[in-house]
Design a protein. Structure first.
Lengths: 121, 168
């Protein structure tokens, strides 16, 4: 069973991702939510056991790229998959070079989540 | 309402092709995230700027292109959309309603941005803005660079508008 942290400024999207993870048949235990990168760092710092992080890119306060860099700067190696409307090659390349493991383009289907995340949880 | 020549030349797209981009993006978002089918009715017969009992979600572009993509729909339809997205019954204007419509605008903006900017770094998307009310108007400063596509969803009409300007 995997604990997953979802970082997205849209509460609607956090709920859709949570539901889609289960629809995709992925084995999920606890789902933690954060509204931006700063909140995401707070959840990680609280010491919760997290096996996968799903993060948006375009967020207020601290965006997804800054968030990934901050997580990696702390030495955390938890897989981070960007789930974002940003599908541009250069932005995704920047996310990967910053430490993200992969990316999923919104809108997505549960099958696409299964394909990308099946090996991570 | 039509797309200005700068936009058409710089993207190598005609107004109809930009409309097709909006139509495809809207269909994809609604079929995958809202679980509703939309039917387009392009072109718009008459310009619309006044909305009653409606909600509008907008996301701005800045960079090589500037502009706004917007979705306008009656609150009745927005409640159905939000209920479908969240899997719960929504029967009043709430933060959930605003967030859902804002997220749809965000996904539409992302799809259009990918057409305008292959790399993605030269065009930035804003955080969504949502307005709603019993009677309000939304005006573009120029009607000449605006494409508006009407859609029918569950017997209601929603509009998706794209205003673009190529920056020097």
């Amino acid at each position: 069973m995997a604990n997953i942290l979802i970082v997205d400024d849209s509460s609607t999207m956090r709920k859709i991702i949570s539901r889609s993870l289960r629809q995709a048949g992925l084995v999920v235990d606890e789902i933690y939510e954060a509204g931006d990168g700063i909140e995401g760092l707070g959840v990680i710092a609280s010491g919760k056991s997290i096996q996968l992080i799903l993060s948006d890119i375009n967020m207020p306060n601290m965006d997804g790229l800054e968030f990934v860099k901050a997580v990696r700067a702390n030495g955390n190696t938890t897989p981070i998959v960007m789930i974002t409307t940003e599908g541009g090659e250069e932005i995704i390349a920047e996310a990967i070079s910053s430490g993200a493991s992969d990316s999923i383009k919104k809108p997505f289907t549960p099958d696409q989540l299964q394909e990308k995340l099946g090996g991570l949880v | 309402m039509s797309l200005n020549l700068d936009i058409s030349r710089s993207t190598s797209f005609t107004e109809e092709q930009v409309a097709a981009c909006v139509i495809n993006a809207t269909r994809e978002v609604f079929s995958t995230m809202v679980m509703m089918e939309v039917t387009d009715d392009f072109p718009l017969k008459e310009p619309v700027s006044r909305f009653k009992c409606s909600i509008t979600g907008m996301v701005g572009f800045a960079g090589t292109y500037s502009g706004v993509i917007s979705i306008h729909c009656p609150v009745t339809l927005a409640l159905m959309i939000t209920s479908n997205m969240l899997g719960i019954d929504c029967d009043e204007v709430s933060d959930d309603l605003n967030d859902a419509i804002g997220e749809i605008a965000n996904m539409l903006g992302g799809s259009v941005k990918q057409v305008l900017s292959k790399g993605g770094l030269d065009v930035k998307l804003s955080i969504p803005t949502v307005i709603s009310g019993e009677d309000y108007t939304v005006n573009s400063l120029s009607d000449n660079d605006c494409v508006v596509v009407p859609f029918t969803v569950e017997g209601h009409t929603l509009l998706v508008g794209l205003t673009l300007k190529k920056e020097d």
